[in-house]
Ligand binder design. Sequence first.
Ligand code: SAM
Length: 295
Amino acid sequence: MTKRLSNEVGTLYVVATPIGNLGDLGRRAAEVLASVDLIAAEDTRRTRALLRHLGLDRPLLALHEHNEQARVDSLVQRLRSGDTIALVSDAGTPLISDPGFPLVRACHGAGIRVVPVPGPSALIAALSVAGLPTDRFRFEGFLPRREAARASLLGDLAAAPETLVFYESSHRILETLAALVAAFGGARPATLARELTKLHETLLTGTLEEIHAAVATDEHQRKGEFVLVVGGAPPREGDRFELSLANTLDVLLQELPLKRAVAVTARLSGENRNRVYRLALERQRAQQKDEGGTD
Ligand code: SAM
């Protein structure tokens, strides 16, 4: 059920901040930070430095993973009384591997307006330059530290067809690359994005094996912050057959009546005629939908 929002209550702004280059702070973000009654910040010292850069001095309150549950009620109370609050994290977009989820959820529960002020996120920045498919991707954030939990998760992800995105720190990047080679094989295409938007920004592209070797042999490549983007699992034999069947039908359905297209495809592929017929109906419906235009 949707909830109606009252005009009397304040607003929570979820504000993205730079992931390195301060020039990436948006104008709207700066305006919101300048105007709110309070800024709830993951680390008040870091946010104070950002505010100094903007020439601002605003009230700050620490909201991090260790105190966020305890602080949510009082923040919701302030919002209820009409205050406006900006939520920021140390870098990038709050809630993306960062604190803020309990507060945002509580605001929804209390009928308080939550407004995004979008901007940088290492996840999207890395995906945009990785050179790997972005039509579908799966964000996994930080992998578990414990070896058994990490191996089990990677085992589950090994067959995922989507591009995978991981966050990693300098302490574990080499270990994580080795674990990925072990779980996915060394041939997977990948991109390691290091220190995005900063002085030592580097993109390493290649296979997992090549990237692992590059990071193992050059200690500079182990310094800083990382996003690892890994290509999805290649289609299995069965999927490839389905794909070529669908492609054949797509072409023939443009040229022939349905029954003829089915007969020719069944003969060419050796596939059961009823199965081809069912698939042909699905493809035909999809083509008609596309031609109908949904934009
Ligand atoms: N909320 C942030 C965002 O929207 O990207 C992410 C916060 S998470 C605690 C920090 C991790 O994000 C780092 O360990 C690293 O994996 C990634 N990260 C943040 N800034 C980065 C940068 N400039 N270059 C590469 N990775 C970065």
